[in-house]
Design a protein around this ligand. Structure first.
Ligand code: ADP
Ligand code: MG
Length: 681
């Protein structure tokens, strides 16, 4: 039996230097290697005649060498050239700086060349094609896998290594899916699927292989999430909050009427809280949809039932904002709220910890500080985390451990299409606020090219003269924090010294100390700053109602969901608000994306479009959600398989909730081996 955990260094063709290159790709074991899937394939299986070659297409030709290779020196480089011909015509083949090729080709012998054709005035030319001589056809003559390679390992070398690995494992792999699933859903067996995903004989074999592997990957994740959810429910009972503790006490004191959506969601939460099992609920609601009051009502119910509540926000600014909000409404109901963030003095902190322990704090609001080891509650009953996408699953679990099965409410302003929410948050029940409070003004959004710059500046000036404030968001250069910083500073210089010397301009970015960030935000809130240059740190819920303009530089570099989040920072007050999306580039895709942003303010529509226009990989990339990356599945392309798998998983668990039946043993293994160990859920 082949040992999939064995080190790749034992695979034929893998010497010490290649081991390092493989490791850089995250490949350490034989299993890692055979699950390192190709990015794409090239069909190099069917040769074309030279006379059939079209300009720009990638083709395979089979041709005889006509003359010895010439080696010409040009400025600083050398150029190698040969002529080849088949029955229908001749072609010129050129390489640069590859003098070692000189002795590769024997005049009169036949070779295969694969590459992009350039055809000018009827002359067919190839530059640096891939080639094989007739006996050894590794690079052509078949469908060739192209791997995602970034380091100095060549496609050719990885292909050789993969072939060696396949020689070892093919026929030896143990089936990972139960027989009944393979039969029922016509899935390829594991050995053929593994072989065909790397070296498909035909494209239809590849389809079958991929189909099976995607099915397996999505099924294992879905099963794991659903099993986790079941275990929440089945394990020791949660808290039953009192029916006498009425959310309406809070609702009646609000200066506004709750929307239908808010009321519906509160009802769902109320029911969950009164039930025997503990609540694990995700609350999705667009920016400004009013999630905070929902959290407040839930916290109130917990406190009135004799428990404490913890509210966790991703930044100190937000936590402070929540505290003010909670105090305003709850203090008159004699509920004691406190703030715990990392900036407070040691003495104050000790006092808070003491009061938490003896139960004289009812609601603790804070940042990550709330889940530090030394924070002990008297009887924590409810945990609310705001803007979940900033917290990992692990942190969510950690805070839940601070009480005896407390109820958990997770809030997010990133609307996710339902099917996808099921795989991202499959372990949670989902509530949605799909309605904004009435009389919200639509944020007028304009997409503008460079030629409009002066008009934009003039517009900002006018608004500031009327007493408003503006955000300018810099493009983010994701790979490189230093460059991010540079772009903020450059923009700051430009705006402060050249464009708006008469106004207060400041900047803020993610690398600043939290304290400095808070100071800047505080000054912005107090109108001491007119224009705030920022990276995406302002994305998360800061409330400055007087700021009514947001300019986003190079907005084509952001995902739509993220633009929507950013835009949500304005339109929070009584003033008409504006979002100006500066963009560069003329592609159809960019134009479509800009159009979506200008046409709608609805986060759900935007997230659907974002998925459609960018694909799931990018979409989830920007969400920082803390789930594993998919090895092969693409949630957008594979949405049909995902739907199928969701119903399959539900059915399996309804009949065998803990996967204890013999026939499901493989599934149990799959979850444990493949999933639980890799992500800390
Ligand atoms: P988010 O869902 O983005 O967290 P908030 O809870 O911060 O939104 O609410 C945004 C603003 O709307 C707050 O000022 C809040 O007081 C107000 N608000 C919430 N619900 C309603 C409502 N039903 N009617 C009017 N205003 C509301
Ligand atoms: Mg909020």
């Amino acid at each position: 039996m082949v040992d999939l955990n064995k080190d790749v260094k034992y695979i034929k063709g893998v010497g010490p230097s290649r081991v390092l290159l493989l490791n850089k790709l995250g490949i350490f074991t034989l299993r890692d290697l055979i699950t390192y899937y190709p990015r794409t394939y090239e069909d190099r299986s069917k040769p074309k005649y030279i006379c059939e070659c079209e300009d720009g297409e990638e083709v395979l030709i089979e041709a005889v060498i006509c003359n010895a290779m010439t080696n010409v020196r040009l400025k600083g480089k050398t150029m190698q050239r040969i002529m080849v011909r088949d029955e229908t015509g001749a072609a010129t083949i050129t390489w640069f700086n590859q003098s070692y090729l000189k002795n590769q080709f024997i005049v009169g012998n036949k070779y295969r060349f694969f590459g992009k054709v350039s055809k000018k005035a009827g002359k067919v030319m190839f530059t640096s094609p891939v080639f094989d001589c007739e006996e050894k056809m590794r690079n052509t003559g078949r469908i060739v896998p192209i791997y995602p390679l970034t380091y100095s390992l060549s496609q050719n070398n990885l292909r050789k290594i993969m072939e060696a690995a396949m020689g070892e494992v093919y026929g030896e792999l143990l089936e990972t899916l139960p027989e009944y699933l393979l039969k029922q859903y016509h899935l390829e067996n594991i050995n053929d699927a593994t072989k065909q995903i790397h070296f498909p004989a035909e494209f239809k074999d590849f389809e079958r292989a991929r189909n099976r592997l995607v099915f397996e990957e999505l099924l294992s994740i879905q099963l794991a999430l659903l099993e986790l959810k079941n275990s929440y429910i089945q394990e020791e009972k949660g808290i039953q909050f009192s029916q006498e503790a009425k959310m309406s006490d809070v609702i009646h004191r609000l200066p506004f009427q709750l929307t239908k959506a808010q009321l519906r969601v509160l009802e769902e939460i109320d029911k969950d809280m009164e039930a025997e099992h503990s609540m694990n609920r995700l609350l999705q609601g667009d920016v400004g949809s009013g999630k905070t009051v929902v959290a407040m009502c839930a916290a109130y119910k917990a406190v009135k039932s004799g428990y404490q509540a913890a509210i966790m926000a991703p930044t100190a600014i937000l936590a402070t904002q929540h505290l003010e909000n909670f105090k305003n409404r709850l203090e008159e109901l004699e509920i004691r709220c406190e703030l715990l963030v990392s900036g407070i003095t040691k003495k104050k902190k000790e006092e808070i910890l003491e009061r938490l322990k003896n139960g004289t704090i009812d609601i603790l609001i804070g940042t990550h500080a709330v889940i530090e080891e030394n924070v002990v509650f008297k009887n924590l009953g409810l945990v609310v985390t705001d803007e979940q996408h900033r917290f990992g699953v692990k942190q969510r679990t950690k805070i839940a451990e601070k009480g005896k099965n407390p109820d958990v409410l997770v809030m997010t302003a990133t609307p996710i299409p339902r099917t996808l929410a099921l795989i991202l948050y499959g372990d949670l029940d989902i509530s949605v606020i799909d309605e904004l409070p009435p009389n919200r003004k639509k944020i007028d959004t304009f997409a503008v090219g460079k030629n409009m710059t002066d008009r934009v500046h003039y517009f900002i000036k006018q608004q500031i003269q009327q007493g408003r404030q503006a955000y300018i968001v810099c493009p983010l250069v994701e790979e490189n924090e230093e460059m991010d910083l540079k772009s903020v500073e450059e923009l700051y210089e430009l705006y402060r010294n050249q464009i708006f010397p008469e106004y207060q301009v400041e900047y803020i970015h993610g690398k600043m100390r939290p304290k400095d960030k808070d100071t800047i935000m505080e000054r912005f809130k107090n109108k001491q700053i007119d224009i705030l240059i920022s990276t995406t740190v302002i994305e998360v819920g800061v409330d400055v109602p007087n700021a009514n303009i947001m300019v986003i530089e190079n907005s084509e570099r952001f995902g739509l969901a993220q633009l929507h989040q950013l835009r949500g920072r304005v339109g929070r007050g009584e003033y008409q608000s504006y979002c100006i999306l500066k963009f560069e580039g003329k592609s159809e895709k960019i134009r479509k994306r800009m159009k979506v942003m200008c046409e709608t303010n609805d986060g759900f529509i935007i997230s659907e479009k974002d998925l459609e226009l960018r694909g799931a990989g990018d979409f989830f990339g920007t969400m920082q959600h803390g789930l594993p990356e998919f090895k092969i599945a693409n949630l957008f392309e594979d949405i049909d398989i995902l739907k199928l798998v969701q119903s399959v998983a539900a059915k399996i668990l309804s009949e065998d909730s803990k996967l204890e039946k013999e026939e499901n043993k493989l599934l149990k293994n799959l979850i444990q081996d493949k999933f639980m160990k890799r992500i800390e859920i």
